[in-house]
Design a protein around this ligand. Structure first.
Ligand code: PEP
Ligand code: MN
Length: 273
């Protein structure tokens, strides 16, 4: 495979992506919020709760890539406007997915970070389009992709002139069925060996099970991830997408205390090593 000229570490300085006052690539950045934006109440309540628990950024999809065409597809423009409102209420920058090249320009007016989802990781037209955008891109690992294929997708974005790419390990398909995906946390230190780009973990889609999200979030801290992205819903049973893998605000808050404590411990370990 052709070498990634721009994404490779090769002695390059490590990239720290700046998003409206939040840095990704130093410390441990926590992005939290619902899978999808469903209503003003649902989003604001969740956004206020994740902010209070110590999240750094808000997530929420206005365009949902769903397995079935009959499933909730997201609120589109209305969802983006609600995200804008949640940002102004909480001060949290917003990460939201873009699924269509035709939407990139105008979604940039609402998003602080453009998410390219696992299903679109190798949508090369979309990668080129977000590569020409003036917003950072959170690039999820495709569920059938090798680390090298994933880095090549980052290369597509960088090659269009956008230097701000955040990689996100969100689990890959294996023969295991107990979990939704297999969260490949070994990819986190592997990416840090291969690339200067920041890399975070998504223990929500990576496991698909609420009970496994806190331990895998702790593991993400321990293996050197630059952050996590997790789904939180004010009432998971009512969620219109991914209800089986959303934490309640209370579960998220409990987890955050442990994550921040472990983060502090790991920073101490790094200093002494
Ligand atoms: C999401 O973040 O809600 C999502 C659809 O993630 P993925 O692309 O990793 O499945
Ligand atoms: Mn989801």
């Amino acid at each position: 495979m052709t070498e990634c000229k721009l994404a490779s570490l090769n002695g390059a300085e490590r990239t720290v992506v700046q998003v409206a006052g939040v840095s990704i690539g130093v410390g441990f950045t926590v992005i939290a919020g619902p899978c999808g934006v469903e209503s003003e109440d649902q989003l604001l309540e969740t956004a206020i709760a994740v902010k209070a628990a110590g999240a750094d950024m808000l997530r929420g999809g206005a365009f949902k890539p769903r397995t079935s065409p009959y499933a909730f597809q997201g609120l589109g423009l209305k969802g983006l406007k609600l995200l804008e409102k949640a940002r102004s209420v909480t001060g949290l920058p917003v990460v939201t997915e873009v699924i269509d090249t035709r939407d990139v320009t105008w979604v940039c007016e609402y998003a602080d970070v453009l998410q390219v989802g696992a299903r679109n990781m190798q949508n090369f037209s979309l990668l080129k389009e977000v590569g020409r955008a003036a917003k950072p891109v959170l690039l999820k690992r495709g569920m059938h992709s090798t680390i090298q294929e994933w880095l090549n997708c980052a290369e597509y974005i960088l090659n269009e002139g956008n230097p701000d790419v955040i990689l996100c390990e969100r689990g890959i398909r294996t023969f295991e069925t107990y979990t939704r995906n297999t969260l490949d946390l070994s990819s986190i230190p592997a990416i840090k060996e291969l690339s200067h780009l920041p890399v975070i973990a998504d223990p929500t889609h990576g496991t698909g099970r609420v009970s496994l999200i806190p331990p895998m979030s702790m593991a993400a801290v321990a293996c050197g991830a630059h952050g996590i992205i997790v789904e939180v819903h004010r009432n998971p049973a009512e969620a219109l997408s991914d209800k089986e893998q959303a934490l309640t605000p209370a579960q998220f808050s409990t987890m955050m205390k442990k994550v921040r404590e472990l983060q502090g411990f790991m920073e101490g370990v790094e200093k002494t090593s």
